[in-house]
Write a protein of this length. Structure first.
Length: 80
């Protein structure tokens, strides 16, 4: 099970994948360089997908996904 702090909420609009907020620089509504079909490949952890955030050029490895969140191999949120 992947910890919640490794998750990133996303949205799909007009066949583009958007992060609601960049976990590194704080920019809002960041378009991720991936297609909605690639999220389906991530589901169940069958594939991994490296993504570079275009706003701050930080690289993240996404390892799983569901209908609301992309899951990473490292923490993307601060513990509260």
């Amino acid at each position: 099970m992947i910890p919640f702090q490794n998750s990133l909420p996303y949205d799909i609009q007009m066949n583009e994948v958007y992060a609601l907020e960049c976990p590194f620089c704080g920019n809002s509504h960041v378009r991720l360089p991936m297609k909605p079909e690639e999220i389906n490949d991530l589901r169940g952890g069958l594939r991994k997908r490296p993504v570079v955030f275009p706003c701050c050029h930080t690289r993240v490895q996404f390892v799983d996904a569901d209908g609301d969140y992309l899951m990473s191999d490292k923490p993307l949120r601060r513990r509260s």
